[in-house]
Structure formats: C-alpha cells, structure tokens
Write a protein that binds this ligand. Structure first.
Ligand code: TXA
Ligand code: MG
Length: 353
C-alpha cells in the first residue's frame, strides 16, 4: 500500500507549490491523478517505461489498451508523432486545448508499453488549468488514462478517484468536479473520411463543421456486442463504465419509454429486486422505485453528460441491484452518453414502442 496524498487546488488558479509537489512525483516515475475538463486522469511520465507499467498495474488495466498521452503545447506532438497530417494541424488549432484526442503514427522515442505495442499514439491537450500546470511543471508528456479502476465508471471528482485508487497511487490533485463529465472524443485521421473511435466531449456535429464528412466506427453506435475483429481502438473490446449493478437501457419515444420503465421497475420490485431508475427531469415524477435519480433535462445533454458517471457511482453506493436507464437523444453530447450507457449495460437494450 502506498500513502496517497490529496492536494486540494483551485481549479482556475492552482497553487503552484502543490502542483510542483505533484510534478516532482511525475518526474520521479510516480503516479498522480489530476482533473481535466472531461474526467480525472491518472498520470505517469509517458516516456518512462517503468512508470507507465506501474500505471497499468495501479488501474488493473489490460496491457493491450494504451493510454492517451497529454501535452501542453503543440510542439510536443511533433516529438511524439512521426508525422502530423494537415488535417490534424487544423484540428489542433481549432479544438485544443479541449476534449479531442487524435491518433498519430508514433515516433521512436515512445516506449512500446505506452502505446501497447501499436505503431500509433493517441494525444490530446486538456483544457484545464491544473492539468496544463502539471504537464508544464513536470516538463514531461503525461500518459493518462481515466483515473478509475479498469471497468469502473470514469471519475468526475477527486472522491471517485480516492474510492478506486487510494493506496495504489502517489497523489491526487483535487480540483473539484469536472466540467464535461464524459471522456474526450477519439478521432483517427488515417481514414478518409476521418473515423470517430470513441464519441466524447467534442461532438460529431462540431467535427463535421470543420472536416466535412466524419464517420462513426460501427462500435460507437453498436446496439449489440460486435465481433472483436471489427475493433479498431483497443479500448472498444474491454468491459467499460460498468457499475456493480446490472444496467438496462430503455430506448424509444418518450411516452413509450416511461411506460416501459414503469412496467420493468414494478416487475422487479415485486420480485424483491432493488431498482434504481436513471431518469430525466421531464420524466422522474412518473416513477416509483427504490431510488430514482435524474440525469438532468433531456433538452440539456451537456448536463446529462456531466452527471452520468457520478450517478452510476451513486446508485452503486445505494446498493441497488438493477439500474433502469432511460435513453436520451444521440445528438451533441448525447451520442457519448448513449455509447457509455449501452456499454455499461453490456448491450442490454430494450426498445420501447
Ligand atoms: O478525456 C479523456 O480522454 C480522459 C482524460 C483523462 O484525458 N482519458 C481517457 O483515457 O479517457 P482512457 O485511457 O480511459 O481512454 C483512452 C482511449 C481508449 O479507448 C484507448 O483504447 C484509446 O483511447 N486509444 C489509446 N491509444 C490508441 C491508439 N493508438 N489507437 C486507437 N485508440 C487508442
Ligand atoms: Mg477509461
């Protein structure tokens, strides 16, 4: 067991002394969790093989699923990537710092473990003062997957990180809850049109406005488990975002969804199963269950995204056996929300009509 130090910092103007304590840990090969605009990341020096190995171990992450490397200036991309296509240059200028991860051919300075033996590397520049200060002060590129135990919902607060990783990592920079709540969008530019491998904080619509056509990888919109061969992003094939409770997603028109959720909740209740309903502001009054929580308004999907992972964790903490979640529209951040919910359910999706 390690002693995990929690360093509270202001999210806008972090105390530089505390950031330096964390940066020194990164430079010495240690592990530091820190806030980004999406979710908390667990950072290690990306070019230090031992540190990255320790990172996989702390998260219990499968070794074939590489982390995203975080930078605080565009020059660093040119050291990590063998080549930077013009489209990438355009995207970096437009969307960075921000929730967009780009896949590049990797350069030779990157150790195999950091990219799980692939010939590509995932890079992004986070839009968070604490994350940027940590990268700057450590003078390192920071490999950083989400700071949860593998398979658990991503952490949107320092408390979530603490619950999963206390005793397994050196420090947590606590900068309060994260703003976006779902992870970055992962985009592969080696395809024409470019391919979204994971929908996230940068919407498909926003990318299309800049790039023209952009496609979604079949996994992203899958309504059932797809065969592994179709996998492009290593993370796609691993169990993800799952709370302990079994998740069921009910999709369809709003009134049909309400009827179906009620019916399911009632039949579980009669069997003595503890049900948690993940509803929205517009629908929550319709349900009676052991716990009912609202993701926010169906008309504000950014708020729904912000609340999703926290509420999945809260429902687990309340000890529910089954979570029945309403589907939300797949527009804007709703696409990322539905991708995470469907995965969390193991594709246990019910179409209400
Ligand atoms: O918002 C985020 O992206 C957060 C914060 C901490 O920055 N990070 C995050 O990292 O979500 P992680 O490791 O949980 O997810 C990284 C995703 C995985 O799905 C992984 O498979 C994919 O990026 N990935 C990493 N390297 C890749 C590569 N070379 N090619 C394709 N996908 C890759
Ligand atoms: Mg993750």
């Amino acid at each position: 067991m390690k002693q995990t130090v929690v360093l509270k910092v202001d999210s806008q103007q972090p105390d530089i002394e505390k950031v330096r304590v964390a940066a020194d840990i990164i430079r010495e090969g240690g592990l530091v969790a820190f806030p980004t605009e999406t979710v908390y990341g667990l950072g290690a020096d990306a070019l230090n093989q031992k540190a990255v190995l320790a990172l996989f171990e702390a998260k219990k992450r499968p070794m074939d699923n590489p982390p995203i490397v975080h930078v605080e200036n565009i020059d660093d991309v040119y050291r990590l990537a063998e080549q930077v296509p013009p489209k990438a240059d355009k995207l970096m200028r437009k969307f960075w710092p921000g929730p967009l991860t780009l896949i590049f051919k990797r350069s030779e300075i990157v150790p195999d473990v950091t990219v799980a033996g692939l010939d590509t590397i995932a890079v992004r520049m986070p839009q968070h003062a604490v994350a940027l200060a940590l990268i700057r002060e450590s003078r390192r590129s920071i490999a950083s997957p989400s700071a949860n135990l593998a398979g658990k919902p991503s952490p949107t607060s320092a408390e979530h990180v603490f619950d999963d990783l206390n005793g397994r990592i050196d420090a947590i920079l606590d900068g309060g809850p994260t703003r976006i709540g779902v992870e970055s969008t992962v985009l592969d530019l080696s395809f024409d049109p470019p391919l979204i491998l994971r929908p996230g904080g940068t919407s498909l619509e926003a990318l299309r406005r800049v790039l023209g056509d952009v496609k979604l990888h079949p996994f992203v919109v899958a309504e059932k488990e797809l065969p592994i061969e179709k996998t492009r992003s290593p993370g796609m094939k691993h169990k993800h975002y799952a709370p302990n409770a079994q998740v069921i997603v009910v999709e369809g028109g709003i009134s049909a969804v309400i009827t179906k959720v009620k019916e399911l909740a009632e039949s579980y209740r009669l069997k003595g199963v503890k049900v948690g309903v993940l509803a929205t502001d517009e629908t929550k009054a319709a349900y009676r269950a052991y716990v009912v929580k609202s993701l926010g308004s169906r008309f504000n999907l950014a708020v729904v995204a912000q609340n999703l992972f926290r509420l999945l964790r809260e429902l687990d903490a309340e000890g529910v056996d089954v979570i029945i979640a309403e589907g939300v529209p797949t527009e804007g951040l709703g696409l990322a929300v539905m991708n995470r919910l469907r995965k969390a359910s193991g594709y246990n999706i019910i179409k209400a009509e």
